[in-house]
Ligand binder design. Structure first.
Ligand SMILES: Cc1cc2nc3c(=O)[nH]c(=O)nc-3n(C[C@H](O)[C@H](O)[C@H](O)COP(=O)(O)O)c2cc1C
Length: 192
């Protein structure tokens, strides 16, 4: 099994990364785990190319090519992002926009079919406002659909602002355990 964890926070060791690490840690030695930190990659936003490749591949040759490969070959994609101005971080949104080529490959050119996979959304935010999560979740749902991922579950951690504050939120760590447990049950059922 291959898992890719994508961290969309610019803050190293920030709240998103802490939760993502906690999730991925469990799978060390049990699955092939890859972590991508978007803020460390060199990539540009979607350029809405006039001449789009019909195979669903983006022609911009930057670090997003690595992201495409990892996402494409994964069984589970975990995206962790803070809420910034009621939405995903710019890093996360910029990555998602770059999947427009795959959306076109699937829906317009019908030349690309992503492998079926699962998706999990980890989200942290300072306030308790549900509408901010609704917005981010909606974008993540579209993203997961585009990459062939079923929205398996989410870990939403509200009321965390300072770096590392999430460590005090025991319920968020508990939620991670629950999600992993459910994941294992479903995967074991599928193996039978
Ligand atoms: C540019 C910026 C915009 C933010 N906008 C919001 C917001 O709209 N709603 C909110 O609840 N928190 C907002 N926050 C707070 C972050 O979501 C919060 O600090 C989060 O824990 C950061 O996660 P990180 O440590 O993984 O980067 C914002 C923070 C920044 C830096």
């Amino acid at each position: 099994m291959k898992i890719v964890g994508i961290c969309g926070s610019p803050r190293k060791d920030g709240n998103s990364e802490i939760l993502l690490n906690e999730f991925l840690k469990y799978f060390n030695g049990k699955a092939e785990v890859k972590k991508i930190t978007l803020n460390s990659l060199k990539f540009i936003p979607c350029q809405e190319c006039e001449t789009i490749r019909k195979d669903g591949r983006c022609k911009i040759n930057d670090d997003m090519q690595e992201v495409y490969n990892e996402v494409e070959n994964s069984d589970l994609v975990v995206v962790a992002s803070p809420i910034f101005f009621g939405s995903l971080s710019a890093q996360t949104k910029m990555m998602i926009d770059r999947f427009q080529c795959q959306w076109l490959g699937i829906n317009f050119f019908k030349t690309y079919r992503p492998k079926n996979k699962m998706g999990i959304f980890i989200c942290v935010m300072a306030t308790e406002r549900d509408d901010f999560v609704d917005n981010a979740r909606s974008i993540i749902r579209h993203f997961f659909k585009t990459i062939g991922a079923t929205y398996f579950d989410e870990i939403i951690c509200k009321g965390v602002d300072e770096k590392g504050k999430v460590r005090e939120k025991k319920e968020c760590f508990e939620k991670i355990k629950q999600v992993i447990k459910r994941w294992e049950v479903i995967n074991n059922e599928n193996k039978i």
